[in-house]
Design a binder for this molecule. Structure first.
Ligand code: FE2
Length: 414
């Protein structure tokens, strides 16, 4: 195949023909009229539906995926019991086990039109066997999707034996980004020093940063201000991402008004994982019960880059998930009070362009001349309609080649 006819593009009126050559987009041509379907298997008829750049999954844990219930279920539903369950499962992990589960999960993601993924990989493991397995997976899955790997210190940097050395070794092995978990460190001081350490490490090695930051309902968990201030001082801006920041949902407005000043100055990215957070947070409340999410609309209105992610698929923290990022978008917009008209017109930004920006994909992403011929045909003609109909990516094209087709079944009343 080398072209799509009758395609609708986001933020454009009318229909278009998109052509590609040698895996790169070579022409995007407005059509004065709808073209008749052609009996040519090199031409795909979009039938007036949206063609977009691939979905992006900017925050997931492929190394823990598909382990829920092994060796036991997370009964309390809290983040911290999840970490305990994972520590037990981690003792049983093998090289082949990690790779099998990661590849199986990658297939789920690809079947939903995702072609760019950032996975956190636990590096609080002497020997870093899991990370080494995931670095092999990164190479092996290139024909399906691009994988970024974050060195993620699940059990802390300062609070875990040799935590700093393990993070440094992970960077030397070739991770794409440096992670952190300051709210999990034993003390406030350790949390702060972990942020300084990880930012220095990333700066020294030219890596991106993505920190699990303030993933708690505790309003006194205030490591985001530290991360943002170090980002501002170092001028690392869009190369830094704060994931979760759920404590912001519990900060008072007076503190947030000051916090947002430094967030804007820093210009870092935010990732919210709405299904995961509404499941894990609010667990210490009776009623009123907090939603446990960061301030997504407020960050967005302040001009900061925010995106949605899945975080978990069937692991100790979240027992569901199937790779469908549109389901996450749907949940996120509901939970964040973002079903207003304007938000619905641009809803897909939160699982496409915003996420691509957080992953620093730059020229490797987007429907534009000279960019890779990576694109999706959707089952609807607008963001709003895709959400309303719980639609899907029906064709996924990567480097000019179809890698996924999803037949659309129609219900018939009889
Ligand atoms: Fe996470």
């Amino acid at each position: 195949m080398h072209s799509i006819i009758n395609a609708r593009l986001r933020r454009c009126s009318g229909l278009f023909t998109i052509q590609w050559l040698d895996g790169q987009i070579s022409a995007i041509t407005p059509q004065p009229d709808r073209l008749a379907a052609q009996a040519d298997d090199r031409v795909l008829d979009a039938q007036g539906h949206l063609v977009i750049a691939p979905f992006v999954e900017p925050h997931i844990h492929l190394d823990a995926a598909l382990t829920a219930g092994e060796p036991r279920w997370n009964q309390s539903g809290t983040l911290f019991e999840g970490i305990e369950c994972w520590a037990e499962r981690k003792a049983m992990v093998t090289h082949e086990d990690t790779k099998r589960r990661a590849h199986e999960t990658i297939r789920m993601l690809a079947m939903h039109g995702i072609q760019h993924v950032r996975t956190h990989v636990d590096v609080t493991e002497p020997g870093l066997a899991t990370l080494k397995a995931m670095l092999e997976v990164r190479d092996e899955c290139r024909s399906t999707l691009d994988l970024q790997i974050v060195a993620f210190p699940q059990e802390g940097i300062e609070s875990f034996a040799n935590g700093r050395a393990l993070m440094t070794e992970a960077v030397e092995l070739g991770v794409d980004a440096v992670g952190g978990i300051p709210h999990f460190e034993n003390t406030r001081e350790q949390g702060v020093s972990s942020v300084h350490f990880l930012m220095d490490l990333a700066e020294r090695h030219g890596r991106l940063v993505d920190v699990h930051c303030d993933e708690t309902d505790d309003p006194s968990s205030r490591f985001l201000e530290v991360l943002a201030e170090v980002t501002r001082v170092k001028g690392m801006g869009a190369r830094v991402t704060a994931s979760h920041t759920t404590a912001m949902g519990s900060y008072d407005n007076a503190y947030c008004s000051k916090l947002f000043r430094v967030l804007r100055q820093a210009g870092l990215n935010f990732i919210s994982c709405p299904t995961e957070s509404i499941h894990l947070q609010g667990r210490f409340d009776t009623y009123p019960k907090r939603r446990g999410l960061t301030r997504v609309p407020e960050l967005d209105r302040a001009g900061l880059n925010v995106c949605f992610a899945q975080d978990s698929i069937v692991d100790p923290w979240y027992p569901l998930g199937n790779g469908n990022i549109v389901r996450i978008l749907d949940a996120g917009l509901h939970i964040c009070h973002m079903l207003g008209y304007e938000d619905l017109q641009r809803a897909l930004d939160f699982v496409t362009d915003h996420s691509a920006k957080a992953m620093a994909l730059d020229e490797r992403y987007g429907i534009a001349l000279g960019r890779p011929a990576n694109m999706l045909l959707l089952s609807a003609d607008s963001d709003h309609e895709l959400l309303r109909t719980q639609g899907h990516a029906v064709v996924s094209i990567r480097h000019g080649r179809v890698i996924m087709r999803r037949p659309v079944a129609e219900a018939v009343l009889v």
